[in-house]
Every structure is written in C-alpha cells, then in structure tokens.
Design a protein around this ligand. Structure first.
Ligand code: SF4
Length: 119
C-alpha cells in the first residue's frame, strides 16, 4: 500500500494505492487516479531553478525544464546545472542547455536577460 497526495489541483486529495492493479482510493476525480498511476510507474517533475552566468551584472538566470523529467534523475540534473555557467545572453523560452542529460527536455530561460546596474 502506498499513500500519496495528489498535486494536480488545490484539493490535494489523499490517495491510497493498493496492490499491483493500482486500486486507487481517495481520489475525487479520474485525474487523481491517473496521477497515482504515473507516480507509481514513472514519477516525473518539472524542475525550476537558476543557473550561474559569467555576467557580473546578471549572475543568475531563472530557468526550468521544458517538460517533466524522471524524478530519479533530478539530483543528477541538479549537479549538471550546478557545474554549468551560462556564457551567452538568452531570451525567455530560449534553451540554455538542450536535451538535459538525455532526458529529452531542454533547460529554458524563464526571465529576460537584462543588464542590471551594479551599485
Ligand atoms: S484527485 Fe482530482 S480533485 Fe483530488 S486533488 Fe487530484 S485532481 Fe484534484
């Protein structure tokens, strides 16, 4: 038996998953049952974070993965991002790293690259 909290909507239903047949209890709608199935078989998340840049006027840039990536790769991906330095200016939605560690997801910018004045 596995207990989960559905994160699809703000209701946050408490789900109980029993057996290999994935009998799901506690879901108020079908989306919760699908969430439980994916969470058990192939859990994935969109990763939101920042990358370091080489520009002193904009030392960090907000980024996220272009789609969900396997949850068990998150630590490996974070290590890759931690060692990365952005050396060019990018616009919102532009790929900073393509096909991040072979996940099929790009790491994309979520903010405009604006030169900030150093005070
Ligand atoms: S099971 Fe349905 S109602 Fe409950 S949190 Fe998930 S999406 Fe929302």
């Amino acid at each position: 038996m596995t207990e989960l909290i559905c994160i699809i909507c703000p209701n946050g239903c408490r789900l109980t998953v029993k057996g290999n047949g994935l009998k799901v209890e506690g879901a108020k709608c079908a989306r919760g049952k699908e969430f439980a199935r994916i969470e058990i078989e192939d859990p994935r998340r969109v990763l939101c974070t920042t990358v370091k840049t080489v520009f002193s006027t904009h030392p960090y840039l907000s980024v996220r993965t272009s789609k969900e990536i396997p949850k068990d790769k998150l630590m490996q991906v974070m290590k890759e991002i931690k060692n990365f330095r952005l050396e060019r200016k990018v616009g919102i939605g532009e790929a900073v790293i393509e096909n991040l560690l072979g996940t099929g997801a790009d790491l994309i910018a979520t903010e405009e690259f604006i030169e900030k004045e150093v005070l």
